[in-house]
Write a protein that binds this ligand. Structure first.
Ligand SMILES: O=P(O)(O)O[C@@H]1C[C@H](O)[C@@H](CO)O1
Ligand code: HPA
Length: 281
């Protein structure tokens, strides 16, 4: 940082145990925390910066009840030109800070015919499509300080946290629009062709998006508990006769519409987690 921002760095954040990664238009998730301290990504040495609309590019430290949290208001994507090592750097920083659980959120397009725009999908599993093509954050020499060479991914998403998310969601009256499903990551930046969308549906994907999987993979690799929540911002076109065309503005509009509900859900989840002392998979 330059001389004018030196004072910013005199702040010593309390050691966070929960990290929340906010997807497109979801920076508001940090609003439930108190005693917030905000740092711009551009002021953090070697930290990537956000280039996508709806990603504020700030790291926010704060507290929810007695839980110390860190929020990423905006995350990074392969299509921005970042390597997956850069995309996932914050997760490893969180691990080094003492974070134990990561709550990853994003926006995605619904493929499951039952899904509606505005549904919140609790991720039970994922398909790492870029990973199939060698775009994988764990490629390269394995750093044993963070995890083993061949990590198991069959239980990437914590069962306890998924159950708790469902419980908290129905308590908040969100039961009608909470789902569970399989998320597929594509690299983007274009939205899917109809043939691609049909292929993904046949493969068993309930929703498709352009993020999250690298962060989840690195989090699981280094032993963090993971919860993934994906907001269904649009229905993916599976039919050549469909007139509507998806765009990023629509994605942001739906995120804005659901951000407050998601913020309540995330805040309550974090306080319940502590009350129930959830610490197993
Ligand atoms: O950062 P997320 O994955 O929430 O953002 C989605 C995927 C693209 O970045 C963008 C497309 O509208 O929204
Ligand atoms: O339909 C989509 N496809 C890919 N990524 C997305 N992010 C939001 N909606 C979509």
């Amino acid at each position: 940082p330059g001389p004018s921002s030196v004072t910013t760095w005199s702040f010593e954040p309390p050691q966070p145990t929960v990290a929340v990664i906010c997807g497109s238009g979801l920076g508001l998730l940090a609003d439930g925390a108190t005693g917030k301290q905000t740092f711009r990504y551009q002021d953090i040495p070697n930290f990537p910066v956000s280039t996508v609309m709806g990603h504020e590019g700030c790291l926010v430290f704060g507290t929810i009840e007695d839980t110390s949290c860190v929020f990423m208001q905006g995350h990074f994507h392969l299509y921005e030109g970042y390597s997956l090592c850069q995309v996932t750097l914050p997760v490893r920083i969180f691990k080094l800070m003492g974070v134990e659980s990561v709550l990853v959120t994003n926006a995605s397009g619904g493929l499951c015919p039952d899904f509606k725009v505005g549904d919140i999908m609790i991720i039970k599993d994922h398909i790492n499509l870029p990973g199939f093509a060698g775009q994988h954050p764990l490629c390269g020499p394995n750093d044993e300080r963070f995890g083993i060479r061949f990590p198991c991914m069959s239980d990437a998403y914590s069962k306890d946290l998924r159950r708790l998310a469902l419980d908290v969601g129905s308590e908040l009256g969100c039961g009608d629009f909470m789902r569970e499903g399989v998320y597929c990551m594509v690299s983007g930046p274009n939205f899917e062709t109809i043939a691609e969308a049909r292929m993904l549906q046949i493969l068993g994907c309930d929703s498709v998006g352009m993020s999250m999987v690298p962060e989840v993979t690195v989090a699981k690799h280094c032993g963090l508990r993971v919860l993934g929540l994906s907001l269904i911002t649009n229905k993916v076109s599976l039919d050549y006769s469909r007139e509507e065309k998806v765009n990023h503005e629509e994605v942001l509009q739906i995120s804005k519409m659901r951000a407050e509900v998601l913020q309540k859900l995330v805040t309550m989840l974090i306080s319940r987690c502590q009350q129930q002392n959830i610490n197993t998979n």
